[in-house]
Design a protein around this ligand. Structure first.
Ligand code: DHB
Length: 389
């Protein structure tokens, strides 16, 4: 069968792209190896930049602004003291706490209501002929083989992308960084412990106190990447969290999910080849500190959606030819921000007295300077989309 754009991956990037293309009159098919249930229940990120919320506002039924919670600041805590960064007074913007799986429920419902061809449990095994007439081959939910011919194929299929090799070659072609720590993440049934998110640099490691709702909280603490999530008792988890946010008493409750998140930075060696391109985690990975992952995927898609409209409707190749270079400017700013927040806030194994004091000096440099705070607030709430990439 044939379509104009084959989109591999029904995450935030792939679903938003199908929406933008449909609005431009361009037909697409979206395929994802996961079931709808898995996509709608997997716990991922929580923070949306203001620009991301504005994009979602344009989608019928999006609840990001109404059910999500506006956050006007975060707290940086170090050396036993908390320091609030107030976004509206610094940059006139805010962020929204609205879980990624809720974004996905909204997007899937909107795309299905609009008649989008959206195929779950359909795994792509290979992408061929991206330099001429792309073909996407795989196995559908019944186990039957499929082949989709298209004008353009987009890899929106996450960090283990099957489209990436066809665009960028193997992994070795990219820029890669691994970190000597990870996050132990928990979801618990408890009331919020703080009105706003707390990013805490404590002597025995970093902790982030985030939220999901009035009754469910999300918290993370720095751990060794080899940590087995099942190895700690609930008491040990609460002890690790409590010790890392001195000055705040965390409201405890049953922990019903735990996971260990690896820290990596990655940018693929190419984002576009012929009639194929990559967006979101297929193109890049950031460590979670600063919550840039999903927001960066949305920024890629705004750019690629416009480039594909120009290519497929107006037969103008300039947007698609500029896609990689333009997207990479924002991607590397987000890479720097995520790396910076990570290195400024975590206890680095093997750090000596100089490293530790230098880190506290850096944190003081940020919070004691309005310019420093504004730099952080601009990045956290999101650089403008998309004209000033
Ligand atoms: C969350 C995750 C982040 O990485 C972050 O910087 C803020 C919030 C979260 O999952 O809530």
């Amino acid at each position: 069968e044939r379509t104009r754009v084959a989109i591999v991956g029904a995450g935030p990037a792939g679903l938003l792209l199908s929406h933008l293309l449909a609005a431009a009159g361009v037909e697409s098919i979206v395929v994802d190896a996961r079931s709808r249930q898995e996509i709608e229940t997997t716990i991922r990120a929580g923070i949306l930049e203001q620009g991301t919320v504005e994009v979602l506002d344009g989608i019928e039924g999006s609840r990001a602004r109404t059910v999500g919670h506006r956050h006007d600041g975060i707290e940086l805590r170090f050396a036993g003291e908390g320091h609030r960064i107030d976004f509206p007074s610094l940059v006139g913007r805010s962020v929204w706490l609205y879980p990624q799986h809720e974004v996905l429920k909204d997007l899937i419902a909107a795309r299905l209501a609009a008649g989008q061809d959206l195929r779950f449990s359909a795994s792509v095994t290979a992408v061929h002929d991206v330099d001429s007439e792309p073909r996407v081959v795989g196995t559908d939910s019944d186990g039957a083989p499929f082949e989709i011919r298209c004008d353009f194929v987009v890899g929106a299929d996450g960090s283990r992308s099957v489209v990436r090799p066809a665009v960028a070659g193997d992994r070795g072609n990219g820029a890669f960084r691994e970190y000597p720590f990870a996050w132990f993440g928990v979801l618990c049934e408890a009331a919020p412990s703080s009105d706003e998110l707390i990013y805490s640099n404590a002597p025995d490691g970093f902790a982030l106190i985030s939220q999901r709702s009035e009754t469910v909280q999300r918290m993370y603490f720095q751990c060794d990447p080899s940590t087995d999530p099942e190895a700690l008792s609930e008491a040990e988890i609460w002890d690790a969290l409590q010790r890392r946010v001195p000055g705040t008493h965390l409201t405890e409750g049953p922990i019903f999910q735990r996971d260990v998140l690896r820290f990596r930075s990655f940018v693929a060696g190419g984002l576009r080849r012929g009639r194929a391109a990559l967006v979101g985690d297929a193109a890049h990975t950031v460590p979670p500190t600063g919550a840039k992952g999903m927001n960066l995927a949305i920024a890629d898609v705004l750019l690629l959606g416009d480039a594909l409209r120009r290519l497929l409707v107006e037969h103008d190749e300039r947007g698609i030819d500029a896609y990689a270079e333009t997207a990479l400017r924002r991607i590397w700013k987000a890479q720097h921000f995520s790396w910076w927040m990570t290195s400024m806030l975590h206890a680095v194994p093997g750090a000596d007295a100089f490293d530790r004091q230098r880190q506290l000096g850096e944190l003081r440099g940020v919070i004691e300077s309005e310019a420093g705070q504004r730099f952080l607030a601009e990045a956290y709430t999101g650089w403008p989309l998309p004209s000033s990439f």
